[in-house]
Ligand binder design. Structure first.
Ligand SMILES: [Zn+2]
Length: 130
């Protein structure tokens, strides 16, 4: 299979994942809305439990929102024909890497470098606040 075919395969996987995530997200939103209704009832006796469920659902919805955002960003990189290109060096990101991490925007070397820089910047910020 050519790289183009592989990229098309990743694209349809991403689209499918977007649909699944969206469906799951509407389910979670509905559940959260139902929970909020319940919580408004002054007779409702399981407030603590409801708050925990509320928190869990909100965290889930937030994670789903972020995932959809990442998928959309990857799809738009595909539309602009830059998907699979490292944003730092412009080289092709290996298919193995893209299949494992379709949201990757950097090649392995640059990702490692970037992570190191981010860590160092975080440490710098940390030392400033001391
Ligand atoms: Zn690179």
């Amino acid at each position: 299979m050519s790289r183009t075919d592989d990229l098309l395969k990743i694209r349809s996987l991403l689209q499918e994942r977007r649909r699944t995530t969206e469906t799951a997200q509407s389910g979670a939103r509905r559940e959260l809305a139902a929970l909020k209704d319940q919580e408004r009832d002054p007779e409702y006796e399981e407030q603590a439990q409801a708050e925990l469920a509320d928190y869990t659902l909100s965290t889930l919805i937030e994670a789903q929102r972020r995932e959809i955002m990442l998928i959309d960003a990857a799809l738009s990189r595909m539309d602009n024909d830059v998907f699979g290109e490292c944003v730092d060096c412009g080289n092709e990101i290996s298919l193995d890497r893209l299949e494992a991490m379709p949201f990757a925007i950097r090649c392995e070397e640059d990702a490692a470098l970037h992570e190191q820089e981010t860590r160092e910047a975080a440490r710098h910020v940390g030392s400033l606040s001391l």
